[in-house]
Design a binder for this molecule. Sequence first.
Ligand SMILES: *Cc1c(COP(=O)(O)O)cnc(C)c1O
Length: 468
Amino acid sequence: MTATELRPGGTLPSPDAAAGTGVEQVRRLVTEVPGPRSRALHARRLAAVSRAVGSTLPVYVERAEGAVLVDVDGNQLVDLGAGIAVVNVGHAQADVVARVREQVAAVTHTCFMVTPYEGYVAVCEQLVRLAPVRRTDGDGGVRAALFNTGAEAVENAVKIARHATGRSAVVVFDHAYHGRTNLTMAMTAKAMPYKTGFGPFAGEVHRAPMSYPLRDPAGMTGEQAAARAIDVIEAQVGAAQVACVVIEPVQGEGGFVVPAPGFLPALSAWCAANGVLLVADEVQTGFARTGDVFASEHEDVRPDLVTMAKGIAGGLPLAAVAGRAEVMDAPHTGGLGGTYGGNPVACAAALGAIGAMEALDLPAAARRIEAQVRGVLEPLAAVHPGIGEVRGRGAMIAVEVVQPGTTLPDAASTAAISAACHAAGVVTLTCGTHGNVLRLLPPLTIEPALLADGLDVLATAIGATLRR
Ligand SMILES: *Cc1c(COP(=O)(O)O)cnc(C)c1O
């Protein structure tokens, strides 16, 4: 079955309308990176765009398809970032393009709170079907609501949890990233660049220790790490005060930290036993990124609420919260919403992206990518003491770079490796509380030969930077 045949909800656009721009899936440099046109645009930008908005790699992109970005100088770059885990289905995915074209000509906005439309309902139907939400005896099913950004989804999950429980405290974890609005800055762990100078922050946000196997005491199990976190919550906040525990099942910006097996199930059990809602922030991990549709599924953890964004709509801004009906319906009618939440064009894109995810079996593609990436990076870790760990899950794999023989972070080498990749035409990202983690988030549709080429560049950059 092709991606254009499987379409949840809505009408079928003609396949011709979905024709791509025909970008060959190869890396090709015709100038230095960034080239002269990118540099000219960058000069223009500096006179018009706030310096407070940064760019990892100031190469100005003209178009993109699959896993290749074409810049204004005609360079073709391998995209191992997918716009931060957004275009999981690949750039210019045919079904997304066709549905967006059709929708943009039909109606772009009415505001769902004023006069609704089918696309919003159809997307929520898909999320109700897919979200791994905890069910209880006699519950009323699962419901969803749509927003614009990941931060907005997290804010709304907290609003819903507070209303549903009548409690106010929110528990988050070390290394967490939940966004850049006032509440989500309070929930995010890292000061620079996300929080420094931007306070005061929202109150009633409490931080617990995360399970971080590389840095935890040797042999600490997931259950022991959960007990450590629960002890902090009970002693410093009090279980009866807690509305929700918000956690990324695999941490994103914080360094692709994968908790030890057993940590999430133990936390989930404690939440259920104490009337605390478990919110899985799947904004980065969702939509097949980790080899399951949602990362919570890996250990069969069933959160009460799931936040989603990034990979949901093939590049258009859309976000969602899904949960049990009794929780989602707790706030009064009109208590949730926003002018643009669930925009019709973004909903059309989401229907295309979700259809493509299933038709192309992108969870399986993510697992194949993991095998290919580990096949290159793990042998390097064996010979470079500067590689502390290769970790992650599915198409969300990272290299933590350390001072050889220690677990002290080495941010300078990490930046040097990433810069060498950029100069060679491979878009890589870094992350981690200490900036010492290289992370790979390719589109899940990346061709194996193109991924091999990108990994070859990365391996060369690692070999040239780290001492053996
Ligand atoms: C990116 C991210 C967010 C914030 O999403 P925005 O769309 O940038 O507001 C929240 N949580 C996680 C886990 C993320 O990765």
